[in-house]
Design a binder for this molecule. Structure first.
Ligand code: 13P
Ligand code: SF4
Length: 351
């Protein structure tokens, strides 16, 4: 698509929210990205949290963490440009090591990924010997390498159930752990001090228990049950959707909870008049751009600062200068791959 066609498409989708000068500029940058993508024979994966001008123009595939991991595993293109954060790009590298994986920002952090280290996981394994360890995909490769299986927000319950155990360690998101525990009937503990390795407590006191960690998503922890009460009072017909990284109190008051893609599909299917999304705010913009007939309420602007680092301009420079290349040491990659592949075997599949 050339810049004129991209401009018309962006105007149609974002004309109400983006000034004319920006529409023209973004269309030109998007055209450059598409040209470089073809030149490099690259695939671009775009997470649902990408800014609207990027999300609606350059990705070959859009989706949540699970969908994009599957796309990364399947591609035969030599370059994978991951428009998401670092742990997602690392997962692409773990799954497809012969490809060059590019992250359009040098940092691209995540408060959950930064909340736990490989040494923490080793200490947990020593404290609770024999207890399987599930890690949320929002962790770095060295942490995945120490765990038994990964999960994402779209398959966390299925992954825990697949273990057929009544005790599980679930890392590092305390709120996701609590939300999954509620659905799987487990009792959650977040140990302040780990039991000594090999002590009786580790083996006996944890039946029907999910042992969680104290990580939080800095975006989703900002939503409160009071926010929901206040919006429902003003708009009784609103449908409220919350990502499972929100607190269990928030999720309990919402009408729907699921991964980013599950929330998009729920809005698309629903006949409700208005929606409130309790998640990163660009996703609401992306839904409105694709479905202008859906009324999206704005509670506040909780933008993930890490996802916000990735723009169309950064994506263009990533392809132009082949930066920033994601590498995972081979010994770590091989062990992390086991955890990721076990998760992919649980499902669900994407079409
Ligand atoms: P999803 O897997 O639901 O896309 O979530 C990723 C994430 O980081 C949400 O904050
Ligand atoms: Fe991490 Fe939260 Fe940002 Fe998702 S929204 S990438 S969990 S900080």
């Amino acid at each position: 698509m050339n810049a004129d066609a991209l401009y018309l498409d962006l105007k149609h989708k974002l004309g109400d929210v983006m000034p004319e000068a920006e529409l023209i500029l973004k269309a030109e940058v998007a055209a450059e990205v598409l040209r470089l993508k073809e030149e490099r024979n690259a695939v671009i994966l775009g997470h649902n949290y990408m800014e609207p001008a990027l999300f609606h123009t350059v990705p070959d595939f859009q989706g949540d963490s699970l969908e994009l991991s599957r796309r990364a595993a399947e591609t035969d293109k030599p370059y994978i440009v991951f428009c998401g954060v670092r742990f997602m790009a690392e997962t692409a590298k773990i799954l497809n090591p012969s490809k060059t994986v590019l992250l359009p920002t040098e940092k691209g952090g995540c408060s959950l990924a930064e909340s736990i280290t490989a040494a923490d996981v080793r200490a947990l394994r020593a404290a609770y010997p024999g207890v399987p360890i599930v890690t949320y995909i929002n962790t770095y490769a060295d942490v995945k390498a120490e765990c038994d299986i990964c999960c994402t927000s779209s398959n966390a319950v299925a992954v825990v159930e697949s273990l057929k155990t009544d005790t599980v360690i679930f890392l590092p998101d305390e709120y996701l752990a609590k939300n999954v525990a509620r659905e799987t009937g487990l009792h959650v503990i977040v140990p302040k001090v780990l039991p000594k390795a090999g002590s009786a407590a580790s083996g006996t006191d944890v039946e029907h228990t999910m042992i969680a960690w104290k990580g939080r998503c800095e975006v989703h922890e900002l939503f409160t049950p009071e926010d929901i009460d206040s919006v429902r009072k003003q708009f009784p017909d609103v449908m409220i959707l919350a990502h499972p990284e929100c607190s269990p109190e928030v999720v309990a008051k919402a009408d729907f909870s699921g991964s980013t893609t599950a929330m998009i599909k729920a809005v698309e299917k629903s006949k409700a008049k208005r929606y409130l999304l309790l998640t990163e705010c660009s996703m609401g913009d992306n839904i409105v751009a694709a479905h202008p007939e859906k009324e999206m309420l704005r509670l506040c602007s909780h933008r993930c600062p890490h996802m916000g680092e990735i723009t169309l301009e950064q994506t263009r420079d990533s392809l132009k200068y082949l930066r920033w290349v994601i590498d995972v040491p081979e010994d770590i990659r091989v062990r992390a791959l086991r955890s990721v592949e076990r998760m992919l075997a649980v499902g669900p599949k994407v079409d």
